[in-house]
Design a binder for this molecule. Structure first.
Ligand code: AMP
Ligand code: GLY
Length: 420
């Protein structure tokens, strides 16, 4: 099979790494990719926004499957364009991608189909929104109703903060959703879907805040581990029954069957799971801990989602835990400082059970330079989260990059549970 993966982050490197191991793989391409992807696949300078060029490339290279990494092209309808050109694509249509592309759509959808989620209201008018916020009090959550790369959510602890968020989003032309605040523990839950059938894939816990102890602004994710001890088989069954199955049924009823990976961002408390958000793609950094644990071949699973032939059998995973530490360039999640030299990647990769995935890197004459916010994702496997953490930070410490930083406490919650 000839496969084209679209995207350029550590998630796409992990997808390429997993596809490259498949006995079914023929030619493997990543567009635009990064220097890490180039070690397992051929990278191609294609713009994801240009579906005509993507289609022409697929025809020229006899691509059997396109795997879309990020949400942007899905929300813009790339899967529809590929389908119209008779090219198989892993990832939902524009209509089904609204589950991620519009928080208002997702909330209304949950309400209609009885999927557990927090109380909310949608607003376009600032004074109405502020009045509503004042009547509820804080903490409260204000969300922009559109793709905002992780920057469209404000968890406000003061009225000033909440009202500031209302003004920021509405004046940028984005309608808003005001949502009740939930206490609990967050889990990223992934299910593979072929439009009719869904099977649980895996789950992970992300660390969204930039600083140790979950402090500072939200990011795309600074580290993760899998499996989360919180996610028992019983809870998995409950999420499948209460969240994933009704989502598949609802999307079918709306005439937009969901094919691809459905990523439910859940808040779990004593009452059970509530949907915080839906995403329509693999998570980053979640993919970097889930894919190294996958025992089965990834490619037939992706193909089954596209062809509508997913069986009820969940895929098999190694019992090892995986933990990933993201190294980011100074300035992230604001404007990152680009262009600093990174040494020691090979040394880090030589550590036992370690894989280094590239995000925003650039190669010049064999040397690697930072070229984005989240730059490297260092994954380690271990017999439990504590061992995976030790190995991951051991590898991080071999990387010589004074202009980079990472959190030093990835996995703290699970390690606390392991030592109970
Ligand atoms: P989202 O992009 O919707 O996942 O929101 C980003 C982050 O904001 C989530 O990962 C949570 O940490 C937090 N968040 C979102 N909605 C809520 C909520 N209703 N209650 C508490 N925290 C939330
Ligand atoms: N790590 C969260 C996300 O991929 O959206």
């Amino acid at each position: 099979m000839n496969v084209l993966i679209l995207g350029s982050g550590a998630r796409e490197h992990a997808l390429a790494w997993a596809c490259a191991k498949s006995p079914l793989i023929g030619n493997l391409f990543v567009a635009p990719g990064n220097p890490g992807c180039a070690t397992v696949a051929q990278t191609v300078p294609l713009s994801l926004a240009d579906s005509t060029k993507v289609i022409a490339f697929c025809r020229a290279e006899s691509i059997d499957l396109v795997v879309v990494g990020p949400e942007g092209p899905l929300v813009s309808g790339l899967a529809d364009d590929l389908a119209a050109a008779d090219i198989s694509c892993f990832g939902p249509t524009r209509e089904a991608a609204k589950l991620e592309g519009s928080k208002g759509y997702a909330k209304d959808f949950c309400r209609e189909f009885g999927i557990p989620t927090g109380a909310y209201r949608r607003f376009r008018e600032p004074n109405e929104a502020k009045e509503h916020i004042r009547s509820l009090g804080v903490p409260i959550v204000v969300k922009a109703d559109g793709l905002a790369a992780g920057k469209g959510v404000v968890v406000a602890n003061t009225l000033e903060e909440a009202e500031g968020a209302v003004d920021t989003f509405l004046s940028a032309g984005m309608p808003i959703v005001v949502e009740e605040f939930h206490e609990g523990e967050e889990v990223s839950f992934f299910a593979l879907c072929d439009g009719v059938t869904a099977i649980p894939f895996a789950s992970a816990q992300d660390h969204k805040r930039v600083g140790d102890g979950d402090t500072g602004p939200n990011t795309g994710g600074m580290g993760a581990y899998s499996p989360p001890p919180l996610m028992t088989p019983e809870l998995t069954q409950r999420v499948m029954r209460e969240v994933i199955a009704p989502t598949l049924r609802g999307m079918n009823e709306r005439g937009s069957p969901f094919r691809g990976v459905l990523f439910a961002g859940l808040m779990v408390d004593v009452h059970g799971p509530k949907v915080i958000e839906f995403n329509v793609r693999f998570g980053d950094p979640e993919a970097e801990v889930i894919l190294p644990r996958l025992k089965d071949d990834l490619l037939p699973l992706l193909v089954a989602c596209v062809n509508g032939t997913l069986s009820g059998e969940p895929p098999r995973f190694y019992s090892d835990a995986a933990l990933v530490v993201v190294m980011a360039a100074r300035g992230y999640p604001g404007e990152p400082v680009r262009g600093s030299r990174i040494n020691g990647i090979e040394d880090a990769e030589a550590a036992p059970g370690v894989v280094v995935f590239h995000g925003g890197t650039r190669e010049v004459d064999g040397a690697i330079f930072a070229d984005g916010g989240r730059v490297l994702a260092i994954t380690a496997l271990g017999s439990n989260v504590a061992e995976a953490q030790r190995r991951a930070y051991g590898a991080v410490d071999r990387i010589k990059w004074p202009e980079g930083f990472c959190r030093r406490d990835i996995g703290w919650r699970a390690i606390g549970r392991e030592s109970e």
